[in-house]
Design a protein around this ligand. Structure first.
Ligand SMILES: *[C@@H]1O[C@H](CO)[C@@H](O)[C@H](O)[C@H]1NC(C)=O
Ligand SMILES: *[C@@H]1O[C@H](CO)[C@@H](O)[C@H](O)[C@H]1NC(C)=O
Ligand SMILES: *[C@@H]1O[C@H](CO)[C@@H](O)[C@H](O)[C@H]1NC(C)=O
Ligand SMILES: *[C@@H]1O[C@H](CO)[C@@H](O)[C@H](O)[C@H]1NC(C)=O
Ligand SMILES: *[C@@H]1O[C@H](CO)[C@@H](O)[C@H](O)[C@H]1NC(C)=O
Ligand SMILES: *[C@@H]1O[C@H](CO)[C@@H](O)[C@H](O)[C@H]1NC(C)=O
Length: 542
C-alpha cells in the first residue's frame, strides 16, 4: 500500500473546474462491491432482506460455515421493538465453542459486525448469557454482558485479513452459553484506513495502522441527521453528535445540498458519503462579536486503549478561498493548528479527513475523549471553526484484544495471565518433580557400565519423548499477497480487482446488488440516535 502521508498536498488549480465536475460525477456513482460479503441471519428459517442490497441468508444456508459439536438451538419471535428483522431470531451455543469460518477471496480490510438481541424464549435467558467472541488473532468481545441493557445492539470491527480462511469463534463461559442474531463479514476497500496517521502525543507520525484491528466506538455525522446502513457507501451507521456536544457555548448547525460536495485526490465517498460533509457544526454568531471560544465534544472512552480519531472537514461556510483558519484540539493538545481547508483541498465544499492516533494513557487526567475546535488567535480571515464528522476507533492492545487485558491466546497485557501464570507455573513445577523422580528412578536402575558408555542420554531421557504437544493447527496462511492496492491517486471508484488475492473456490454467501431503491424505507430511520448509540456502547461498558 502506498504510504504517502496524506494531508499536506497542494492542489493544482488550473483544471479545477473540470476536475470538480469529474468528482461530482464520481461522487454520484461511487460504488464498492465487496469481494467477500457474508451476511448471516442466525437462527432464521428463511433469508432476510432488510434492504435491497443486503440479503442475510438463513441459518441452514449459514450452517455450512459453522463448526459446532453441541446441540443445534434456534430461537425466534414474530416481532419485537427492533430496527431490523435480523434481530428476531438467534442461535444459541451451549457448552461447546462455535466457529464460523469464511473463505477470503481477497485479503485486506474486512468489517465484522455482530448483532445481538436477547430473544425471549422458554429455555435460555439470553440476557444472562456470558461468553467471549474472538478470531484466531484478536479478541473482539472479552465478556459479553447484556443484562443491564436488554436492547438490540451491534458491534462493528475492522480487521486486515491476510489469511485465506478467517474464523469468528463464540466461546461460552463454563456454566453459560453464547448467542448471536446476525453476523456480517464483508470486505472493505483498502483505502479506508491507510498505514500511517499522526500521533498526538508525543507528536509525530504513527505507522503500522494496517496491522491493527479496530472497533468502532463513535461515528458521528456532526450537525446532521443520522445515517443508516442503507444510506452509507459501506453499510455504516452514523449517529447525530448533539448528545456529545458541550452545551456551554453557542454552536449552530449548518448544511448544504449533498450533491455539491467534491472529493479531491485522496478523498472518496467511501471514506464518508456526501451527506456527512454536507452538514457541520460551526461557531454561532461568528461574525457578530469577536468570538473567542472553542466548540467541545466529550465522549467516554476506556483509557486502557489507544484510539484512532478520524476528523472529517469540509468548508461549506466560506464565501471565498483562504478565509477560514482554525485549530483542532484533542484532550487539550493541538491536533491541527491553522487548518486551512481550501488550501488543502483546492476548493470550497471539498471533503477532507485526517487521522490522529491518541495514546489515551497520556490523557488520564481528562477521562472523556475531548475534541475541540476554535479560532486561530491571529487576525486572519473570518473567526470561525467547523467540524463535519467524527469517528473514534479503538485500537487493539498489545495482546491483540479489543475487549480487555486478555488476548486470544490467553496472554495478558501485564505479560501473562494471573490464572495462566499460576497454571503454567504449577505445571512446570509438577513436570520438574516428575522429571526429577523419573531421573532418580533411572539413576537407581542405571546400567552398571554407564560410565563406560559414550553417552548416557539414551537412558536418562524422559520416559516418553513424545513427538510434540505443540502441533500447530495450520490455518492456511496466505503464501503471499500479490494484491494490487488501489493507488491513492486514482479516482475514488474502487472496483474489485478481477483476479487479485486468493483464488475463489466458494461463492460468497450473498452478493451485493448495487441498485439502491430510493423508495426503500431505511431500516432504522425511525430510531433515535440514542438507540443508535446503544449499538456502540452497550457491549463494552462505556
Ligand atoms: C494488511 O496487512 C498486510 C500485512 O501486514 C499488508 O501487506 C497489507 O498492506 C495490509 N492491507 C491493508 C489494506 O492495509
Ligand atoms: C442540530 O440539528 C439537530 C438535528 O439534526 C438538532 O437535534 C440539534 O438540536 C441542532 N443543533 C443546534 C445547535 O441547532
Ligand atoms: C481552546 O482549547 C484549547 C485547548 O483546550 C486552549 O488551549 C485554548 O485556549 C482554547 N481557546 C479558547 C478561545 O478558549
Ligand atoms: C503511550 O504512552 C505510554 C505511557 O507514556 C507509553 O508507554 C506507550 O509506549 C505509548 N504508546 C505509543 C503507541 O506511543
Ligand atoms: C494490535 O495487534 C497487532 C497484531 O497482533 C500488533 O502488531 C499491534 O502492535 C497491536 N496494537 C497495539 C496498539 O498494541
Ligand atoms: C436515505 O436515503 C433516501 C433516498 O436515498 C432518503 O429518502 C432517506 O431520507 C434517507 N434516510 C436517511 C436517514 O438519511
Amino acid at each position: 500500500m502506498e504510504k504517502t502521508p496524506r494531508g499536506h498536498r497542494l492542489w493544482p488549480p488550473p483544471t479545477a473546474t473540470l476536475l470538480v465536475l469529474f468528482y461530482l460525477f464520481v461522487a454520484t456513482f461511487a460504488a464498492f462491491t465487496p469481494p467477500d460479503n457474508y451476511l448471516f441471519d442466525c437462527g432464521a428459517s428463511s433469508s432476510t432482506t432488510p434492504s435491497n442490497d443486503r440479503i442475510f441468508v438463513s441459518d441452514s444456508d449459514a450452517r455450512k460455515y459453522l463448526a459446532y459439536k453441541g446441540k443445534d438451538i434456534q430461537v425466534s419471535i414474530p416481532s419485537a421493538n427492533v430496527p431490523s428483522p435480523i434481530y428476531l431470531s438467534a442461535k444459541i451455543f451451549e457448552k461447546e465453542s462455535a466457529v464460523y469460518t469464511f473463505h477470503v477471496t481477497q485479503p485486506g480490510w474486512h468489517w465484522i459486525r455482530l448483532h445481538f438481541f436477547p430473544v425471549q424464549n422458554t429455555n435460555h435467558d439470553l440476557q444472562n448469557a456470558m461468553f467471549k467472541v474472538k478470531t484466531d488473532e484478536f479478541v473482539l468481545v472479552q465478556e459479553f454482558k447484556n443484562n443491564e441493557n436488554p436492547k438490540w445492539t451491534f458491534e462493528e470491527y475492522l480487521v486486515n485479513v491476510t489469511t485465506e480462511r478467517f474464523s469468528i469463534i463464540f466461546e461460552p463461559d463454563a456454566d453459560s452459553f453464547a448467542f448471536i442474531n446476525a453476523i456480517e463479514f464483508v470486505s472493505a476497500p483498502d483505502m479506508l484506513i491507510q498505514d500511517s496517521g499522526s500521533m498526538l502525543f508525543p507528536k509525530g507520525d504513527y505507522s503500522g495502522l494496517s496491522n491493527n484491528a479496530f472497533q468502532t466506538i463513535y461515528r458521528l455525522n456532526v450537525g446532521g441527521p443520522i445515517i443508516t446502513p442503507e444510506n452509507d457507501t459501506l453499510g455504516r451507521s452514523w449517529e447525530s453528535d448533539h448528545q456529545y456536544l458541550d452545551p456551554g457555548v453557542t454552536a449552530s448547525n449548518v448544511s448544504v445540498a449533498p450533491n455539491i460536495i467534491a472529493y479531491p485526490e485522496g478523498e472518496s465517498p467511501l471514506i464518508a458519503p456526501p451527506v456527512v460533509y454536507a452538514s457541520a457544526i460551526e461557531m454561532a454568531d461568528a461574525n457578530v462579536q469577536v468570538p473567542n471560544f472553542n466548540i467541545t465534544w466529550k465522549m467516554d472512552i476506556d483509557t486502557a486503549f489507544t484510539y484512532l480519531v478520524r476528523l472529517h472537514f469540509c468548508d461549506i461556510v466560506s464565501k471565498s478561498m483562504n478565509d477560514l483558519y482554525f485549530n483542532v484540539y484533542i484532550n487539550g493538545k493541538a491536533g491541527v493548528t491553522g487548518l486551512d481547508l481550501s488550501t488543502l483541498t483546492g476548493s470550497l465544499a471539498s471533503a477532507y479527513y485526517t487521522d490522529i492516533v491518541v495514546n489515551s494513557s497520556m490523557v488520564t487526567s481528562l477521562s472523556p475523549l475531548t475534541v475541540q475546535i476554535g479560532p486561530m488567535n491571529e487576525n486572519t480571515g473570518t473567526r470561525n471553526a467547523l467540524l463535519n464528522g467524527l469517528e473514534v476507533f479503538r485500537v487493539n492492545n498489545s495482546v491483540g484484544s479489543l475487549g480487555g487485558e486478555f488476548g486470544a491466546d490467553g496472554k495478558t497485557t501485564n505479560g501473562a495471565g494471573k490464572g495462566t501464570v499460576a497454571a503454567v507455573g504449577f505445571a512446570m513445577m509438577f513436570g520438574a518433580f516428575v522429571g526429577l523422580g523419573a531421573m532418580a528412578v533411572k539413576w537407581q536402575k542405571r546400567p552398571q557400565d554407564w560410565q563406560k558408555t559414550k553417552s548416557f542420554s539414551s537412558w536418562l531421557l524422559p520416559l516418553h519423548a513424545t513427538d510434540s504437544s505443540f502441533v500447530s493447527k495450520s490455518l492456511g496462511k496466505a503464501e503471499e499477497e500479490n494484491q494490487t492496492s488501489p493507488n491513492s491517486a486514482s479516482p475514488p471508484i474502487v472496483s474489485p480487482p478481477a483476479a487479485a488475492g486468493f483464488a475463489s473456490d466458494h461463492r460468497p454467501a450473498s452478493t451485493a446488488d448495487e441498485n439502491r431503491n430510493p423508495a426503500e424505507v431505511p431500516a432504522i430511520s425511525n430510531h433515535s440516535e440514542t438507540a443508535i448509540r446503544a449499538n456502540f456502547s452497550a457491549l463494552s461498558g462505556r
